[in-house]
Ligand binder design. Structure first.
Ligand code: NAD
Length: 454
């Protein structure tokens, strides 16, 4: 194993030398990263197929092209982003200059998760480079082929004095987290997020935690059922449900539930044919451990749709559960697989109450054409984000993405990634001349009632 202390020290020496500060240097590294993506797209697709049986279309739209688009945007905007902001001035500062500098933090750690193993690791890395940091890159060891790809390619394209890959599982990562970092960006489960937070706390290291949770979908009778069902089922089945923003469970009235189940059966046949196992478009579960966990969630349930699985292939058929009680296991933990439990309520008010009785989700989905109820849900629930009448597509905007409460802290994407990895350093540049000194002299003793009125 690479010695984590030596790795961090190498990067710290490089950071302290000022090497990563010039914007030209950062742009050179970002362009090299872009070349890495463009010259190795097929290898990336291969690694993703090996790890998750990811179809080409999902891998291109949600990993390779997603990374390329984000990086091109960063490269073309970086010179503007790095400029110090000039905030508005108060009367007392009229003669002064105010700047908010975007300072790099120093040596940052980026830890990725296995479900979008290349994108979730390298998207934040690009932001950290853009902001002028040195970076320890820690891919998830669960996605073996993707981790290997990252570990092999990064040293070939990026400056190893400043950016290094650290590979390993829990024992190695535990050791890595003993090092002092200037920022930690973690993507993964809430329970490991708590471990990372505790480790960061020793040095008061700031963190972004991109976590998970049970993201609800509220569906009412005013929504176009066919379109809504397609969007919900697609969001649930992309990457075989192993998506942090997958709709976790459906919440609706009993009559909507019955219509949805009927429609979902047809939509699933349209998407994946009569035997989804044969479809090249449906992914597989990443590991035996995750697979067995999902099988456990099905126990004691009689699926309304689907329910078949095959351990040899880690295949899980898209499955809908209607006989769900609120304290069933499937309603207690994040599903993170192609299983959709449905809970029923009488109206939008009850849905609000139900959502608020749970931990704050990463995203709340609302399918409705009733503007009053949509606003009721938006105004009275807390979640990382809200998407009305679709699933997952908020990831294709440049809005800040992140959780709240147990679904995470901090956010990123587009310019927000650059901001995440930049310390906002305020600088007040005073005037030392006669007028400035005269204007400011009321602050000096001896104090008086007269000076207080100025
Ligand atoms: P994972 O097992 O790949 O873990 C993530 C990282 O944590 C890896 O780098 C791993 O090496 C490290 N790790 C694991 N256990 C550790 C420990 N005990 N101590 C130190 N480091 C440890 O991924 P996961 O946690 O199974 O990911 C799935 C979860 O991630 C789901 O809850 C999902 O919702 C969430 N997620 C969130 C986002 C987001 O952007 N908010 C994206 C993807 C996944």
């Amino acid at each position: 194993m690479v010695n984590p202390s030596e790795m961090v020290q190498t990067l710290r020496n490089s950071f302290n030398s000022g090497k990563t500060k010039p914007v030209e240097y950062r742009l050179k590294q970002l362009k090299a990263l872009l070349r890495l993506y463009e010259e190795n797209t097929n290898e990336m697709l291969q690694a993703l197929a090996t790890d998750l049986h990811k179809s080409k279309q999902e891998a291109v739209t949600m990993e390779t092209q997603y990374l390329i688009n984000d990086l091109k945007n960063t490269i073309s905007n970086l010179k503007n982003w790095v400029k110090p902001e000039r905030p508005p001035k108060e009367f007392v500062n009229l003669l002064d200059s105010l700047y908010v500098y975007n300072d790099p933090y120093g040596v940052v750690l980026v830890m990725g998760a296995w479900n979008y193993p290349i994108q979730l690791t390298l998207l934040p890395v690009a932001g950290a480079i853009a902001a002028g940091n040195c970076v320890v890159i820690k891919p998830s060891e669960i996605a073996v082929a993707s981790a290997k790809f990252i570990a092999e390619k990064i040293p070939k394209y990026l400056d190893s004095d400043c950016y290094q890959v650290f590979e390993g599982g829990i024992p190695e990562t535990t050791q890595l987290l003993r090092e002092k970092f200037d920022y930690i960006f973690y993507t993964g489960s809430t329970s490991v997020g708590q471990i990372v937070h505790a480790a960061a706390n020793k040095n008061l290291t700031p963190v972004t935690l991109e976590l998970g949770g049970k993201s609800p979908v509220y569906l009412d009778k005013t929504a176009n059922l066919k379109v809504a069902t397609k969007r919900i089922i697609w969001g649930k089945c992309v990457n075989a449900g192993q998506t942090c923003v997958a709709p976790d469970y459906l919440i609706c009235t009993k009559d909507v539930r019955d219509k949805f189940v009927e429609c979902a059966g047809q939509v699933l046949r349209d998407f994946y044919g009569d035997d989804p196992k044969q479809s090249p478009d449906l992914g597989r579960i990443v590991s035996d451990r995750q697979f067995q966990r999902l099988v456990g969630l099905l126990q004691n349930h009689k699926p309304a749709v689907g329910g078949r699985f095959d351990a040899a292939e880690r295949y899980m058929e898209p499955t809908i559960l209607t006989d769900v009680k609120r304290d069933d296991k499937v309603m207690q933990e994040e599903v993170f697989g192609p299983i959709l439990p449905i809970v029923t309520v009488n109206d939008a008010y009850e849905a609000v109450k139900f959502i608020n009785s749970r931990e704050k989700p990463l995203v709340s989905y609302i399918f409705s054409n009733n503007k009053k109820d949509v606003q009721l849900l938006i105004d009275n629930t807390s979640s990382g984000g809200v998407l009305v009448n679709d699933t997952i597509m908020h990831m294709a905007t440049d809005m800040p993405f992140g959780g709240v409460g147990l679904s995470g802290m901090g956010s990123y994407h587009a310019k927000y990634t650059f901001d995440t990895f930049s310390h906002k350093k305020s600088c007040l540049y005073k005037d030392l001349g006669f007028i400035g000194e005269t204007l400011g002299s009321a602050r000096y003793p001896p104090y008086s009632e007269g000076k207080l009125k100025l």
